[in-house]
Design a binder for this molecule. Structure first.
Ligand code: T3D
Length: 260
C-alpha cells in the first residue's frame, strides 16, 4: 500500500498521508513518499498548489513510536532523524514558491501537528485537534514547533501547549491563530479542494513571492522588509499575470492568470 498518495486535478497536487491504521504516523516510507511529492511540486510547473491531508480518522500522529522501541540501553541519536527527514521536509515546504493548503481532518500530534503548521494555510475539521505530544514522551517540539508556535500563538500559549501537551480543539486552534478556518467535518475536504483550486488558478508567481516576503519578515527589520517588498514587487511587475490582472480589471472581467 502506498503510504503517501498523490493525485492531480486542475493544477492542484493532493498529497494524502496514508497509514490510517497508525493515524498516519511518520515512518521511513511515509517520509520518502512526502519527499517524492515535494520533488514533484517543485519541478512540475503545471502544479500550482499543494493540498495536504490525512486518510482515515487522523491527520498525523507524529513519529511512529513503534520504530523507536528501545531494545538495548544504547543511546539513540534522535537528531539524526531530524537531520535526515523532518528538517529537510519543513525547509522544502517553506521554500516552495507555491501555496500549500493543509486540511487537518483529525488529530495532529507531535511532528504531525507541526508539519500542519508548516503549511501556508491551515483548515481544520471541527473534530480535529492539535497536541504538542512531545513532552509526554520526554522530548521537545520539533518540525519547527518552537518556531511556528510562538509566532502564531504568542510565547505564553506556545509555552503552555508545549509544556503541558494538552489537546487543543480545532475551534481553540482557530481562535489562537494556528488555523485559518474550521469547517464541519463533512465539509472540510470540499472547502479545502475549493480553496486549493482557486489558488491554483491564481497568479502563482505572486503567491510564491507573497510566501517569500511573509516568511522573511520574522527575521527582518522594517527597513529590510521594505527593501524586500520593493524587489518582490519589481519582479511580479514584470510578469504576464500582472498585465493580465490590470487588463481584466479595466475590461471588467475575471482575470485568466497563467502563473507566470
Ligand atoms: O523519534 C524521533 O525521530 C524524534 C522525533 C519525534 C517527533 C514526534 O512526533 S514525537 C511525538 C510522537 N507522537 C506521539 O507521541 C503521539 C502518540 N499518539 C497518541 O498520543 C494517540 O495515539 C493520539 C492522541 C494521537 C490519538 O489517540 P486515539 O485514542 O485517538 O488513537 P489511538 O488508539 O491511540 O491510536 C490508534 C492507533 O494508532 C493505535 O494502533 P493500534 O493499537 O490500533 O494498533 C496506536 O498505537 C497507533 N498510533 C497512534 N499514534 C502513533 C501510533 N503508532 C505509532 N506511532 C504513533 N505516534
Amino acid at each position: 500500500m502506498e503510504t503517501v498518495l498523490q493525485e492531480t486535478d486542475s493544477g492542484v497536487l493532493r498529497v494524502t498521508l496514508n497509514r490510517p491504521d497508525k493515524l498516519n504516523a511518520f515512518n521511513p516510507s511515509l517520509h520518502a513518499g512526502l519527499a517524492a511529492a515535494m520533488g514533484r511540486a517543485e519541478s512540475d510547473s503545471s502544479i500550482r498548489c499543494v493540498l495536504v491531508t490525512g486518510a482515515g480518522r487522523g491527520f498525523c500522529a507524529g513519529q511512529d513510536l513503534a520504530e523507536r522501541n528501545m531494545k538495548s540501553a544504547q543511546a539513540v541519536d534522535l537528531g539524526g532523524g531530524l537531520e535526515a527527514w523532518y528538517n529537510p521536509l519543513i525547509k522544502r515546504m517553506r521554500a516552495l514558491e507555491k501555496p500549500i493548503v493543509c486540511a487537518v481532518n483529525g488529530v495532529a500530534a507531535g511532528a504531525g501537528a507541526n508539519f500542519a503548521l508548516a503549511c501556508d494555510i491551515v483548515l481544520a475539521a471541527r473534530s480535529a485537534s492539535f497536541i504538542q505530544a512531545f513532552v509526554k514522551i520526554g522530548l521537545v517540539p520539533d518540525c519547527g514547533g518552537t518556531y511556528f508556535l510562538p509566532r502564531l500563538a504568542g510565547t505564553q500559549r506556545a509555552m503552555a501547549l508545549a509544556m503541558t501537551g494538552e489537546r487543543l480543539g480545532a475551534e481553540d486552534a482557530e481562535r489562537m491563530g494556528l488555523v485559518w478556518k474550521v469547517f464541519d467535518d463533512d465539509r472540510l475536504m470540499e472547502e479545502a479542494a475549493r480553496l486549493a483550486k482557486s489558488l491554483a488558478a491564481g497568479p502563482t508567481r505572486s503567491l510564491g513571492l507573497i510566501k517569500r516576503g511573509m516568511y522573511a519578515s520574522a527575521g527582518n527589520t522594517l527597513a529590510a522588509q521594505l527593501d524586500l517588498e520593493r524587489e518582490l514587487q519589481r519582479e511580479v511587475g514584470r510578469g504576464t499575470d500582472y498585465r493580465e490582472g490590470i487588463a481584466a480589471f479595466l475590461e471588467k472581467r475575471p482575470p485568466a492568470f497563467k502563473g507566470s
